[in-house]
Design a protein around this ligand. Structure first.
Ligand SMILES: [Zn+2]
Length: 184
């Protein structure tokens, strides 16, 4: 990359250069100002008056607090806040695009994905059901509880619930909610 002053460096260049330093020299491990290597909060800092370029002599290792004092000039502060703003903007535009998606027909690939995700989950899971046999009825808060208690498979219950079969394990079955609907 071409040498760039702190004033003109783009966020991309800034990130690239820090990536380059990390790749070649690893993480900063000491502070050249307070001469300590205790702790882990060390960063590579651009030396004052130096350009951003792939030359390690242009950088020094500093601890976080020295780094802040050393080069958080108005320029870098601006860069950092810009970078943060950029992130926020990305999120906003994502939200906006998801808004425009509203009401649009769902593409077939997505529909397949959704239906695959729902597979294995019986439709009506979590709904209360009522089962009948010989003029007695028994209700359960969920299909799976009915299945466990009566020893009837969930699939055979959902088949009966969706009128794919007439009964399950000798029981007639329906959703409790459909019973209530009929009452009113
Ligand atoms: Zn320090």
């Amino acid at each position: 990359m071409k040498p760039t002053s702190i004033k003109n460096v783009t966020i991309r260049e800034y990130r690239n250069i820090h990536g380059w330093i990390q790749r070649h020299y690893g993480k900063a491990f000491s502070c050249e100002h307070c001469n300590t290597s205790v702790g882990t909060n060390f960063e590579w800092a651009l030396k004052k008056g130096c350009l951003y370029e792939c030359n390690i002599d242009n950088y020094i290792q500093l601890c976080k607090s020295c780094h802040v004092k050393y080069d958080r000039t108005t320029e870098t502060n601006k860069k950092i806040s810009e970078s943060l703003r950029y992130r926020v903007r990305k999120k906003e535009s994502y939200l906006k695009s998801s808004q425009t998606q509203k009401g649009r027909p769902v593409p077939i690939e997505r529909r397949i994905k959704i239906s695959n995700a729902l597979k294995g989950r019986p439709s009506g899971a979590g709904k209360a059901v009522i089962l009948y046999k010989d003029r007695t009825s028994i209700s359960f808060p969920t299909i799976s509880m009915a299945s466990k208690t009566l020893g009837i498979g969930v699939t055979s219950m959902t088949n009966a619930l969706n009128n794919r079969s007439r009964s399950c394990g000798g029981y007639k079955i329906q959703y409790l909610s459909s019973l209530e609907k009929r009452k009113y």
